[in-house]
Design a binder for this molecule. Structure first.
Ligand SMILES: Cc1ncc(COP(=O)(O)O)c(C=O)c1O
Length: 510
């Protein structure tokens, strides 16, 4: 028996806990999670804190001896108190969702199992669950259905940025094969891709990472509703082609991050077809809203995409990080990633389903069991209840736009398409100044500055949290609603908070 073996056969240095301590660990962390899930408003949306305070609380030395369960759970509870509360009904910044209780506990269970979902061989059950979850997501957004895209497939990713990166890699490999064989840059003219000026930053970033360069993302103007101008798109592609460039892909937004605008997908699909471009839809923010009956028509044409990104960690309310990338023809992704199967990951299974590996369809090798939270969420709530929650979020955003429109001191800056409302605070004096054409530019600049300060005051106040967008050069307060807890009353309260902070700022400005 080696030195580190105890009499019972176990190792002296095991990290296992004795049964009663394991039970206590579960109770303590379970309670922490339950308290959080059952009282999302108990803590301010943003903590009253500072970098210095956090350094004092969590910046300590590496412990040489363990701290024990009591101290550990107390420290974790403090981390919760020092966090922004994404589950709070008045958290409107960026695209932040609460975690459903089902998603949160499914995540815990998946972490305990700790499957490495590389392939069927490594994780048979979890692989099948992920394949099913991906199929359900495709059905939910109308990307798959009877007669359309019956063989589509895909995989879960860490988020929308990763889904977009993988999509562009496959697009480039598929459409610009000759170039890729000759290295990243290929020979001859650069390969170009097209997207509206409202496209998410993850697209130019992906182009950069892939070695194409940000400048190869050719911006196309958007219309007054922030949707891509299809005529301009067509003209740009044609002009570039005539000038010897090699257009290979068009990216449409199914919900832009700033305003939630949905590009006319059918028309973009036609341009893609005409010019043999890969058609990618970035639906990271909005695609799941296709499940809401009143929004379905906006997404017509999504079924024609070659690939679609969508984020369960946004509008399926699953815990972070969970994105999804769908391919109309998964075999094209497989071809793009081919050549990675040699060596220690070689698969010996002969039956097709059992030889399945996710590394054939994306960049990751080791992958967490993300699918359990998606599969559990959809299994427990069902598609109808999820769609109703999304529908409810959209209704609340529409209500906010109504309230803004009906208030003399607010101005709506973009139409509400899905769950995002963009507006600004405009005090009476500024309103009068805006009527004077000669002073309009200067007044707008002052309003930009005022609203920026108002946003910061609101964020740090802890009662509500809005973020910002820049729309046609103007600073907008932006409220994004992907939270089934948010009510109309929360909207009224938030507008009151903004008004109050606005008045305070104007007074200090004068
Ligand atoms: C339209 C759009 N695309 C991509 C992303 C990136 O997604 P993620 O933050 O999951 O990487 C976002 C995030 O808000 C988004 O709104």
């Amino acid at each position: 028996m080696s030195d580190d073996r105890q009499e019972g056969g176990g190792r002296a240095t095991t990290l296992d806990l004795p049964p009663e301590e394991l039970e206590e660990l579960g109770q303590r962390f379970g309670r922490l999670a339950l308290e959080h899930l059952s009282a999302p408003e108990a803590l301010p949306v943003f903590p009253e804190t500072s970098a210095e305070r956090l350094a004092g609380l969590f910046g300590g030395r590496l412990p040489t001896e363990g701290v024990g369960l009591e101290a550990l759970t107390q420290a974790c509870a403090e981390v919760f108190r020092q966090s922004r509360q994404n589950g709070h009904p008045r958290m409107f910044g960026y695209v932040a969702s609460p975690a459903t209780p089902v998603g949160a506990f499914a995540s815990l269970a998946a972490a305990a199992l700790n499957s490495n979902v590389t392939s069927w061989r490594s994780a048979p059950g979890p692989t099948r669950v992920e394949q099913t979850a991906v199929r359900w997501l495709a059905e939910l957004i109308g990307f798959r259905g009877e007669g359309v895209n019956e063989t589509c497939g895909g995989l879960l990713t860490s988020g929308g940025s990763m889904a977009n990166l993988n999509a562009l890699f496959v697009a480039h490999r598929s459409q610009a094969r000759d170039a890729s064989r000759k290295g990243l840059w290929g020979e001859g003219a650069p390969a170009t891709l097209y997207a509206s000026d409202q496209i998410h930053l993850s697209i130019p970033k992906a182009a950069d990472i892939l070695g194409l360069g940000r400048e190869q993302v050719r911006p196309v103007p958007s219309d007054e509703r922030f949707r891509v101008d299809v005529r301009a798109l067509r003209e740009r592609v044609e002009a570039d082609r005539q000038n010897g460039l090699r257009p290979f892909c068009v990216v449409a937004s199914a919900g832009t991050v700033s305003t939630g605008a949905v590009d006319p997908l059918k028309e973009v699909a036609t341009v893609a077809r005409e010019h043999s471009l890969w058609f990618h839809v970035d639906g990271a923010y909005g695609a799941l809203a296709a499940s809401a009956r009143s929004k379905r028509a906006l997404f017509d044409g999504i079924e024609e995409a070659d690939s679609v990104s969508l984020d369960p960690h946004k509008w399926l309310y699953t815990p972070l990080g969970c994105g999804c990338l769908l391919f109309r023809e998964p075999e094209r992704a497989r071809a793009a990633f081919a050549g990675t199967e040699e060596g220690y990951i070689k698969v010996f299974e002969r039956e097709e389903a059992e030889a399945f590996a996710f590394w054939d369809y994306g960049t990751e090798l080791s992958r967490p069991f993300r699918a359990l939270k998606v599969w559990a969420t959809l299994s427990y709530y069902g598609a109808e209840r999820i769609a109703a929650a999304i529908e409810g979020d959209c209704r609340v955003a529409e209500y906010m736009a109504e309230r803004v429109g009906a208030s003399a001191d607010f101005e709506l800056l973009a139409p509400v398409t899905l769950g995002i409302c963009c507006f600004r605070y405009v005090p009476e004096a500024a309103r009068r100044e805006l009527e004077d054409e000669g002073r309009r530019e200067e007044t707008n600049a002052r309003l930009d500055n005022l609203n920026e300060r108002v946003m910061q005051r609101v964020q740090r106040g802890g009662e509500a949290y809005v973020s910002n967008a820049v729309l046609r050069g103007r600073f907008a307060l932006r409220a994004s609603i992907t939270n089934y807890r948010t009510t109309r009353k929360d909207i009224d309260t938030t507008l009151e908070v903004i008004r109050r902070e606005g008045k305070g700022e104007v007074m200090s400005d004068e």
